[in-house]
Design a binder for this molecule. Structure first.
Ligand SMILES: NC(=O)c1ccc[n+]([C@@H]2O[C@H](COP(=O)([O-])OP(=O)(O)OC[C@H]3O[C@@H](n4cnc5c(N)ncnc54)[C@H](O)[C@@H]3O)[C@@H](O)[C@H]2O)c1
Length: 258
């Protein structure tokens, strides 16, 4: 098949959780630019609708729905709504993340809240969306983890800033998501679902100048990720061009860890 056809997402129904967030918005944009029909879902429907309005003005096929992945009823409502409105699902980008914990010494209840959303809720929505994809004959799941799921924090990045107390929950659930990718790639293959993971580096978001100086000098390409950097990778993993890529974790950090 022609490679442009292999990479096209035409006729694919794609769900991105947290699609109004920082990486989420880039992911939604890339998938829709590759002709996918893209649904963004998160707790804040208004934020999703704002993204939808912006992209629809450019002719992209983007829709907003609501979900709280930590609430089983909400996940089931989303599943039913997608089935009813779109007839099924082909691709799930598991991107949402909650950040309730604020540093090493924070109350342990914040760790528990993080697990409720980022571990238990995340597993719940993955299982339900996998079921929807399986009913449709198979497809692709893309987990968005982080380089911080692979490496410990480099505290020297925070020298001269007040950002030097990274929360432990994030490293724990991002690492778990990479391992879960390998588990799911085996188990869901029986349902014709491929499961891969992208582990990005930091996205430029007007961080303090001192942080940028510390960070950028450690990256061979000399900068943080920009809004385009994740698009090609997520389109590849969503498309038939990656039919033989399964169970992979792809580090996208500009070479920071070579
Ligand atoms: N921003 C970065 O620099 C960076 C770097 C590496 C990896 N990542 C990864 O990218 C992904 C997105 O991160 P981000 O920084 O763009 O996040 P963000 O904080 O900008 O957005 C997170 C999104 O998740 C949604 N969300 C939170 N709790 C939810 C819940 N209970 N149910 C449904 N949706 C919920 C939020 O509403 C929001 O839309 C994460 O997997 C993160 O680990 C981000």
């Amino acid at each position: 098949m022609n490679v442009k056809e292999l990479l096209s997402l035409r006729d694919k129904i794609i769900l991105v959780t947290g699609g109004a967030g920082r990486y989420g918005k880039c992911i939604v944009e890339g998938l829709a630019e590759a002709d996918g029909t893209v649904i963004t879902a998160s707790r804040n429907l208004e934020a999703g609708e704002k993204v939808v309005r912006e992209f629809r003005d450019r002719g992209l096929d983007v829709h907003a729905m609501r979900v709280d992945q930590a609430e089983h009823d909400s996940v089931m409502t989303l599943k039913e709504d997608i089935r009813e409105k779109f007839g099924g699902l082909d691709v799930f980008v598991n991107n949402a993340v909650a950040r309730p914990m604020h540093g090493y010494d924070a109350p342990i209840e914040q760790f528990a809240e993080s697990m409720r959303v980022n571990a238990t809720g995340m597993m719940d929505i993955v299982r339900e969306m996998a079921d929807l994809i399986a009913t449709n004959g198979g497809g692709s799941i893309i987990n968005i983890s982080s380089m911080m799921g692979m490496y410990g924090p480099d505290l020297s990045n925070y020298d001269g800033t007040d950002m030097g107390n990274p929360p432990p929950d994030y490293f724990f659930h991002r690492g778990g998501l990479i391992t879960l990718t390998r588990y799911l790639a085996r188990v869901l293959a029986q349902k014709k679902i491929r499961v891969n993971c992208i582990s990005p580096g930091g996205l430029f978001d007007n961080q303090p100048q001192r942080f940028l100086e510390n960070y950028n000098k450690k990256v061979p390409v000399g900068r943080m990720a920009n809004n385009d950097d994740i698009k090609g990778l997520v389109v590849l993993l969503a498309s038939d061009a990656s039919a033989y890529i399964n169970g992979e974790n792809i580090l996208m950090d500009g070479g920071m860890h070579v």
